[in-house]
Design a protein. Sequence first.
Length: 289
Amino acid sequence: MPDNAVIVTDPEAVDDHRTDALAPLLRWAGGKRWLVPEVRTILGATAVDRYHEPFLGGGSVFFALAPGEAVLSDLNAELIEVYTAVRDSPDTIADLLDRYENTADTYYEVRSAVPESVEERAARFIFLNHTSFNGIFRVNLRGEYNVPYGHRKHVRIPSRAALLDASARLRRADLQARDFGAALSDVRKGDLVFLDPPYTVAHNNNGFVKYNQHLFSFDDQKRLARAILEISERGAHFILTNAAHHSIEELFSPLGRMVKVSRRNSIGGKLASRGRADEYLFTNIEVGE
């Protein structure tokens, strides 16, 4: 571990004291709601002109930080369509969600449907996300969502009020489906970039990380490191979260100080939840900046 590393254990997931913080709309494997307090600590008094999140996923950090202006993107076009629909038509989506029941029959009926309107597709995505197994987004070779029913007794499908709040927050954002390289080309001096890429490392046998290799290779990690260097040279600030692995440390530690965080492992059900998972953060924001 480099000399500039800092160890943080169990950052709290709840940010209730912040009245401007919103809960994310979606369950997302690898979501970063638990990390928000540590992100706030890193930011300190750092001024943010614009906020960027090019691996949006569940958007936990965006919804918690409430930036005045944001540029949000993800390579998953269906995901971006959901956020766009929530921004533009929250009441319509709430009406559609009210029709669904948390049962296996409803789940598989909705999963097999091919809705035509943007609002119907968004409501379908949100419902399946909250009632599926582990909040995983996965499609087959035909591009069809194929995650099984989660058999969750208690689901937190966003209420109408939550959708309206999210809509208001998303109206401050530019939403685009695109690769992170294109997204980072828009970053300017003074901007803050939060990056949460799929975790991929060199020579690792972890099943979840190995699955991500199909989505985001280690060559993509190298491409990301080059892009981060470029935005740093423009005068932007970044916070990157990534896998705790020596190949990741070697690749990103030259770009800024490293923070090691440790959390309870909640991926993969009850048995997998026993244990801890370490992650690395990298940032060019100095302590006390």
